[in-house]
Write a protein that binds this ligand. Sequence first.
Ligand code: SAM
Length: 253
Amino acid sequence: MPFEPGDLVVLIDRRGGRHLLRLTEGKERIGKVGVVDTGSLIGQEDGTVIHIGSASLTALSPTVLDKVAAIHRKAQIILPRDAALIALHADVKAGDHVVEGGAGSGALSIVLLHLLRPGGRLVTYEVRADHAQVAQSNVERAGLCDNHEIHIGNIASDIAETDVDSTILDVPEPWEAVPACHEALAPGGRFVSYSPTIGQVEKTHEALKGYEMADIRTFEVLERELVVGKRGTRPSFEMLGHTGYITAARKLA
Ligand SMILES: C[S@@+](CC[C@H](N)C(=O)[O-])C[C@H]1O[C@@H](n2cnc3c(N)ncnc32)[C@H](O)[C@@H]1O
């Protein structure tokens, strides 16, 4: 499909730098690359290469990874490697009703919203108004705000939703929110929590067992990029050794 006015486009430069922008008839300055006439992309096919002076840029429709990479960060975000497994364990799909604890910068919200559309709904609880505002503007910029509500509130005490398909937590004390998540979930509903430390995982397991949640498991995701070169291919030296642990469980009837 050719690009239309208002479409989000990611421009990838020669060094792999990615620049997310919305197409208008005007011009836009892109970092050190220069001024791009975004209007000239309207009507062009996805994957078009444009030239600014000696630089060339590839214009592509953005993936959800591009949208997450472009967010403004206020709090530590969940990286795509963890978001992928969180979404799989929560089994997030079109039409789902999901409750999330801890908006942060909205990175995980963007991934969840991408998966639950069309028809689904994400309700995020965030205790800090400044974080909620940043997350909301990042979700808006990603063009995914239609199915999203953010409430200023504590996930451990303020959930108003019932019969939800999954509850997903990225908060420092997830065990405190287990009773509220249990109450909100439909029978068979999925609980997923992300925590950086083992102590948090142990307390969360303890709380889940107390609420008769089943199939309780914890995972860690490790990701290592390969650098492919003419002289040889090797793992990147820049592997991020640790992010967090993902705990998943199901609500019993
Ligand atoms: C690490 S950040 C979440 C990052 C987010 N998942 C992302 O990918 O951008 C944790 C957030 O949880 C919020 N928070 C902490 N305790 C909370 C609670 N009990 N209920 C709701 N939000 C909470 C913090 O203010 C913070 O914004």
